[in-house]
Design a protein around this ligand. Structure first.
Ligand SMILES: NC(=O)c1ccc[n+]([C@@H]2O[C@H](COP(=O)([O-])OP(=O)(O)OC[C@H]3O[C@@H](n4cnc5c(N)ncnc54)[C@H](OP(=O)(O)O)[C@@H]3O)[C@@H](O)[C@H]2O)c1
Length: 300
């Protein structure tokens, strides 16, 4: 499995990351079932796991942590990515009046401490602000993120779903370089290729993490774009002896922006085959064939 460094002094992630957003939705959330999935990732060299405080209505970090508690020797082999800043309305927080964002220093610090405790690790390798917060005080948030890195609780910080101007604002108030931006990116979510998001991070040599690289499963559904692109995905999958999902991930890996797909299947067989994406070579014309089929138009 390829590895990718997030900046000169940032952590190194596996080129494919496993996301645990859907962990609490799996039919079997037992420690043993979670460990089977973690082992299936590690066996292929997928060592980086993407969490958020809110996943599974605030349950997923603890579910994952329970598995690590049963197999603590795994902790040294994996990298922990987690996020903070979204405040869900939830039975767990009955006093909360509205879904909102909180990037105050007090909330970020409390969220990091809770994540460390739930997952049961000593350090978060990469902390992401989950969404741009229109009420953010950049000076306060930036200083807090710097301080978390200095304290050693967090190795690197980044953002998620930020536009270039959101990154500029936050970065202007920080000393630590932002390591990455985790954005929605797939055959069915192509706008970052042309809206400036990828260009911004390429210019700064920051790898971008792609959430829902299979469009959250919509690539296998009845939508028009999925139906247009599937025959070619299928034909390439047959040529390489892999699944359609591997071809869709290879399409992201082929791009020069050094995209890091974050995959979220709960199916053990699919987890075991995630590394198949590296068997597929996507050349320039094939990349554009898939791009144009999904978009429904030829490039101008
Ligand atoms: N930063 C953010 O704002 C943000 C937002 C969303 C997600 N994320 C991160 O991104 C990760 C991945 O997101 P995701 O789960 O939406 O990614 P995804 O890999 O695009 O989608 C996974 C979904 O696709 C289905 N699927 C996968 N392969 C399939 C196949 N061959 N045939 C049919 N269905 C298939 C899975 O079902 P099965 O489980 O049945 O395989 C699952 O429901 C999350 O876990 C989270 O860490 C971040």
């Amino acid at each position: 499995m390829q590895r990718i460094a997030l900046g000169a002094s940032g952590p190194e992630l596996s080129r494919l990351v496993y996301g645990v957003w859907r962990l609490a939705d799996s039919a079997d959330t037992s420690v043993q079932a979670t460990l089977r999935r973690v082992h299936a990732c590690l066996d292929q060299g997928i060592t980086s796991f993407d969490h958020a405080d809110i996943y599974g209505d605030y349950q997923c970090e603890a579910l994952f942590g329970a598995a690590l508690k049963a197999a603590p020797e795994l902790k040294a082999r994996l990298q922990t990515v987690t996020k903070c800043g979204i405040m869900l309305t939830s039975a767990k927080y009955p006093a909360r009046k509205v879904k909102h964002y909180d990037t105050s220093a007090a909330h970020i610090r409390a969220s990091v401490d809770a994540s460390l405790s739930h997952i049961g690790v000593d350090v978060i390798d990469l902390l992401l602000l989950h969404r741009p917060d229109p009420f953010m005080d950049a000076a306060e948030t930036g200083a807090c993120l710097d301080q978390l890195v200095q304290s050693g609780k967090v190795r690197a910080v980044g953002v998620s779903n930020f536009q270039p101007w959101d990154c500029e604002l936050l970065q202007s108030a920080m000393q630590t370089p932002l390591a990455t931006n985790q954005i929605e990116l797939s055959l069915l979510a192509q706008s970052p290729f042309t809206n400036g998001q990828l260009a911004y991070h390429q210019q700064r040599q920051q790898p971008v993490m792609a959430w829902s690289p299979l469009a959250g499963g919509a690539l296998f559904g009845d939508g028009a774009a999925a139906q247009r692109v599937r025959p070619l995905l299928q034909s390439l999958a047959s040529q390489y002896g892999v699944g359609l999902d591997a071809v869709a991930v290879a399409w992201l890996l082929a791009h020069p922006a050094r995209i890091v797909p974050v995959l979220g299947t709960n199916d053990l067989g699919r987890v075991q085959a995630l590394g198949d994406a590296f068997k597929v070579q996507i050349d320039r014309e094939t990349w554009y064939q898939l791009y144009s089929l999904a978009a429904g138009v030829e490039v101008p």
